[in-house]
Unconditional design. Structure first.
Length: 298
C-alpha cells in the first residue's frame, strides 16, 4: 500500500478533537444550565420585559402607600394588609400575571416558533426535553422572584409610610404563611402558560384561554357541574378557584363570608387549594412536555 493511500485511510478513520467533542453527548446538567442561560439572555434582551418590570415596581410602591393609608390613623389589620399586598387586582395581580403569561410564559414558546428560532433553541439545549424543562424552571423562578420582590417592596414602602405617620407597625411576620402561598401560586403561572403554549402553539389562543377561562369559563363550568346530580362538589376542586383559595389570608367569617366565597369560587381552605393548583400545574406541564418534544418546528 502506498504512503498516500495509507494517509487517506487514516484521515477517514481517525477522530480529531473537534470530531470527538461532537460525538460525546453533553451531560444533562451542562445542557440544562446552557438552556437556562439561553432563556435568560433571550428574555432580558427584550425591552418589553424591562418595561413591564418597571411598571410593576411603580405599582408596588403605590400598593405600599395604600398599606400605609388604608387603615386611617389606626394600626392596619394584618389580614387587610396581606390582602392588599397580594390580592389588589389592579395594583399587582393583573400586571404581574400578564407579565408571567405573555413574556416569561407563553412568549418563550410562541415567539421561537413564529420567528423560526425553535431549532436554534433545541441546538443550544441539546434536546427538546431539556429546552422545555429550562423554560418551565426559568419561568417559575422568575415568577416567584418577581412576586417576592414586589411584595417586599410594597411592605417596605408601607412600613416607611406608617413610620412617617407615627402609626404602629402591623405584625409583618404573621403575614408569612399566606404570602408564601401567594409566591407559589405566582410561580405556577408561568408553568401553566408555557405548557398551554406548547399544547396550542398560539400566543393569541394561549392568552384567550388563560384570561377568559379563570375569570368566566371555570365559573360557568362550576355552575354546570353543580346542576348534575352527584357532581356538585367537583366545582370546589377546579384549579383556578383553588388558586384563589390558596391566597386567602384567613378563613372568611362574619357577614361577608358568603360574598368572599362567591368571589373565590370554592369552599376549599388555603392548604388544599394550593395543593390542587400545584398538581394541576404539574399535570399540564407533563402534557406540554410530551407535545413539545414531538412537534417539529415549521
Amino acid at each position: 500500500m502506498s504512503a498516500r493511500s495509507q494517509m487517506s485511510k487514516m484521515s477517514r478513520t481517525s477522530h480529531y478533537p473537534g470530531d470527538l467533542a461532537a460525538k460525546v453527548p453533553t451531560p444533562i446538567g451542562t445542557a440544562f444550565v446552557r438552556a437556562m442561560r439561553f432563556e435568560s439572555r433571550h428574555l432580558t434582551s427584550l425591552r418589553s420585559t424591562w418595561a413591564l418590570i418597571s411598571v410593576l415596581g411603580l405599582l408596588s410602591c403605590a400598593n405600599g402607600l395604600g398599606v400605609g393609608f388604608d387603615g386611617g390613623d389606626s394600626v392596619p389589620a394584618v389580614d387587610a394588609v396581606t390582602d392588599t399586598l397580594q390580592f389588589s387586582p389592579v395594583a399587582m395581580q393583573l400586571p404581574l400575571i400578564a407579565l408571567l403569561i405573555f413574556v416569561f410564559g407563553a412568549g418563550t414558546i410562541t415567539v421561537e416558533f413564529s420567528r423560526g428560532a425553535a431549532r436554534t433553541t433545541w441546538l443550544v439545549a441539546g434536546t427538546r426535553g431539556v429546552a422545555f424543562a429550562a423554560k418551565l424552571f426559568f419561568g417559575a423562578a422568575v415568577g416567584a422572584g418577581l412576586a417576592f420582590a414586589c411584595t417586599v417592596l410594597g411592605m417596605a414602602v408601607g412600613a416607611l409610610t406608617l413610620s412617617l405617620r407615627g402609626i404602629e407597625q402591623p405584625g409583618w411576620g404573621s403575614m408569612a404563611p399566606p404570602l408564601l402561598r401567594y409566591l407559589v401560586v405566582m410561580g405556577c403561572w408561568p408553568v401553566i402558560a408555557v405548557s398551554a403554549a406548547a399544547l396550542m402553539r398560539s400566543r393569541v389562543g394561549t392568552a384567550l384561554v388563560l384570561v377568559l377561562w379563570p375569570l368566566l369559563g371555570e365559573r360557568l363550568a362550576g355552575l354546570v357541574l353543580g346542576m348534575v346530580p352527584g357532581l356538585g362538589g367537583v366545582s370546589d376542586w377546579l384549579p383556578f378557584g383553588a388558586a384563589r383559595a390558596a391566597m386567602l389570608s384567613a378563613e372568611p367569617a362574619g357577614e361577608d363570608a358568603g360574598f368572599i366565597r362567591s368571589l373565590v369560587g370554592t369552599d376549599l381552605s388555603p392548604g388544599p387549594g394550593l395543593l390542587v393548583f400545584c398538581v394541576f400545574s404539574v399535570v399540564l406541564a407533563c402534557a406540554g412536555y410530551y407535545v413539545y418534544g414531538r412537534r417539529d418546528a415549521p
